[in-house]
Design a protein around this ligand. Sequence first.
Ligand code: AMP
Ligand code: TRP
Length: 345
Amino acid sequence: MIELKPRVFSGMQPTGSLTLGNYLGAMINWVAMQTTHDCIYCIVDLHAITVAQDPAELKAAIRRAAAAYMACGIDTQKSIVFNQSQVAEHAELAWVFNCVARLGWLDRMTQFKEKAGKDKERASVGLYAYPNLMAADILVYRATHVPVGEDQKQHLELARDIAQKFNNDFKEGIAARGYKDGVFFPLCEPMIQGPATRVMSLRDGTKKMSKSDPSDLSRINLTDDADTIAKKIQKAKTDPEPLPSEAAGLAGRPEADNLTGIYAALTGTTQDAVLKQFGGGQFSGFKKALAEVAVEKLSPITSEMNRLGRDPAEIDRMLAAGAARARAIAQPIMAEVKDLLGFVR
Ligand code: AMP
Ligand code: TRP
């Protein structure tokens, strides 16, 4: 009987710079999981081109993301780190999944509706099919655990549906190969945990902090220097009331909720503890303290990213080595997929 082993896979898009949302929502978890699991961390450049990208900027953003992964604590000896387009099996399996997933499933994806906006006729086909590629990213390694932020939950449910349909559509072949319980592709588990699974915009506490927000003041980038971080926090939107002393007082106050949540996540305490300390006080004093902890936590990461960024050739070598390790896992799985489908190879 062939039984699948636990394996972690996750990815981030190389657009702009990684944000505090990426860091608290996903990266902290990625780093922690290295001690307990075999991990594959991808820079998903094929996902990035679902919307227009400038080629020179994309190349820089891929290297910047690689430097950010390492600066945050991803160990490239232990974990596999690479950019997606270097491993052709991602795109190959995504095509198979385009033929497994149903239009009705993709029609339900809320992120497509948000990203395509009003004029969805003009969105790329890739933006629509993106969740199928994401399922392929995970399943081409038969990954079982996927650490992500809250916004990716729906895409992971789709990946499970695809795995289940594939396992069912080809169940005879899968059984003949001796897969335990007919599981060829695992139903991957989302790991939505960590200090802050949903960090909100500094300009609007009801919107996700995002790399693609037109306002740079809405986010803290891992590339921001200390003055920029302090300025962005100082300008962050608030409301006129003093901070509440307990969590119940945060209802209907998304900005207060977000900023105190960020403080708690950065200092490794609870929001209750933060409110106990700052409750009753004005935002101005709290913001000074928040800027201090943000700078203290992020500036070592930023300076390490800058150091690594000075040697792009070394980053490229690291990515190529990671891609070779990734291919060694993906190729035999893809070969089995082809056999199951009935392709001659
Ligand atoms: P992306 O920047 O969309 O490629 O996201 C990469 C990872 O960071 C995913 O796991 C997201 O769920 C997570 N992430 C992105 N933005 C946020 C945010 N504002 N709060 C929490 N997690 C986030
Ligand atoms: N879609 C994810 C995002 O925008 C990035 C991603 C692509 C991903 N492939 C993945 C995350 C596979 C986890 C697993 O954040």
